[in-house]
Design a protein around this ligand. Structure first.
Ligand SMILES: [Mn+2]
Length: 429
């Protein structure tokens, strides 16, 4: 199988780092053994863990104030797949890519699928874009898409979503994620109830076109681009719609799509109980939306989310949950951000596996707030880095991926081949 990084380069890197890792891992094993933790079971769970990469996260992001591309960044979906392959070869937990249409349109989907498979990658959920207008459109989504007051525009938005499903089928996707920008900027601009009715009717039409093995994910967001109201603003609206649509419809939690201080881990627990938790878009945020890297601001909150997931799974309350990163990289090399983010997500999951729920339950029954928290903190405070490194080593990936990537000079090499978007002298290279 063709891979982005040669086995020899990976082995050379690992040879240089394995002795240090062995010492750290031994210490980690001793520590966890003293706590009565069975690492073999945890390793098995971690080896099954994967998080999808968003095709749109591979290019440099930006804000409305500007965008600062870097040399060697990908120009099309094929080049983005190459970058995803580099990430997956290094860390081994990102073997699927999520596409966004019409951004990722290609003439030949068979070719794209084969190209992607050649790197050992597959496709995750497909995403529809009804939040901007393209040149060839005869309609406009300025005042909404699936909830627009004009039926012909709603029909266009439905058509675009059905088109996503058809493209997704060609590449082996099994889910459609729908996020709409629909909402208002002025009180009185829209009848809240009627717009929700229009959403449900539009979604029913999309749902009716969903293949039997597929799922549809509803992604909520409280604000932006609409700044007064949003039609699918929170998990309650999302749950209501998913429930109405049927058993193939689920809620998707994008961490950044919540107002500050929202208790997201509690939403996770509720949706798991209601059997409607379908997936995640991971990122972090300080003020709003999803523009910071996963785990960069609040790793403890990320751990608490995985605590709910791990607990729900133990209690057999969890359906299959789809994990994806959804974040914008404005000032970093997206590959580096995605490597670090995927590992932070894996780290939070690993730490949640160190929690002993029997012990926690004992403290909870006694209403012992401090020892309950302390039990979670004990798991959170264990450094699982050697465990994650050892899993990468044993799986043929790289012990220190960021260090390897810096020395690999990937962007420099690609800047000579890929179309230049600007003068190289102004890059971060
Ligand atoms: Mn998202």
């Amino acid at each position: 199988m063709f891979k982005a990084i040669s086995k020899e380069q990976i082995e050379n890197h690992n040879k240089r780092n394995i002795n240090n890792l062995k010492k750290d891992y031994e210490f980690f094993l001793k520590k966890t053994k003293n706590l009565g933790i069975n690492i073999n079971n945890i390793k098995k769970e971690l080896k099954n863990f994967s998080v999808a990469l968003p095709s749109w996260g591979l290019g440099t992001g930006g804000t409305r104030f500007g965008k600062f591309p870097i040399a060697g960044e990908p120009n099309n979906i094929f080049e983005k797949i190459e970058d995803c392959a580099v990430i997956n070869d290094l860390i081994g937990i990102t073997n699927s890519v999520s596409l966004h249409f019409p951004w990722d349109n290609v003439g030949d989907f068979k070719e794209l699928k084969e190209f992607t498979s050649s790197y050992g990658l597959k496709f995750d959920a497909v995403n529809s874009n009804t939040f901007e207008d393209f040149k060839d459109y005869k309609h406009s989504f300025k005042f909404g898409s699936l909830t627009h007051t004009d039926k012909s525009i709603r029909d266009k938005a439905i058509e675009l979503n059905v088109d996503c499903i058809k493209k997704g089928e060609k590449i082996g996707s099994k889910a459609l994620t729908v996020w709409i920008p629909d909402g208002t900027n002025y009180p009185g601009q829209q009848d809240f109830s009627k717009s929700l009715d229009r959403y449900i009717n539009s979604m029913k039409k999309i749902y009716s076109k969903l293949p039997s093995s597929w799922r549809i994910f509803i992604e909520h967001k409280p604000f932006e681009p609409a700044l007064y109201s949003t039609v699918i603003n929170d998990w309650g609206s999302s749950y209501y719609c998913a429930k109405l649509l049927g058993k193939k419809a689920f809620c998707l939690i994008d961490l950044g799509h919540h107002l500050p201080n929202t208790n997201i881990e509690m939403i996770v627990s509720r949706l798991a109980d209601m059997k409607k938790l379908g997936g995640f878009h991971f990122n972090d945020s300080k003020y709003g939306d999803d523009d910071l890297d996963s785990g960069s601001i609040n790793p403890f909150a990320l751990f608490l989310i995985f605590n709910e997931l791990t607990n729900a799974k133990k209690n057999k309350k969890l359906n299959s949950v789809s994990y994806m990163i959804d974040q914008s990289h404005n000032i970093t090399d997206p590959i580096e951000s995605l490597i670090m983010s995927a590992i932070e997500i894996q780290r939070a999951f690993a730490k949640s596996l160190l929690i002993n729920y029997k012990i926690l339950e004992k403290f909870q029954k006694k209403n012992d707030a401090i020892f309950s928290l302390n039990h979670l903190k004990n798991a959170f405070n264990i450094d699982v880095t050697p465990l994650l490194q050892m899993i990468r080593y044993e799986s043929g990936n790289v012990i220190n991926p960021l260090e390897f990537y810096r020395n690999f000079n990937y962007r420099k090499k690609k800047s000579k081949i890929r179309k230049k978007k600007f003068d190289i002298s102004s890059t971060i290279l």
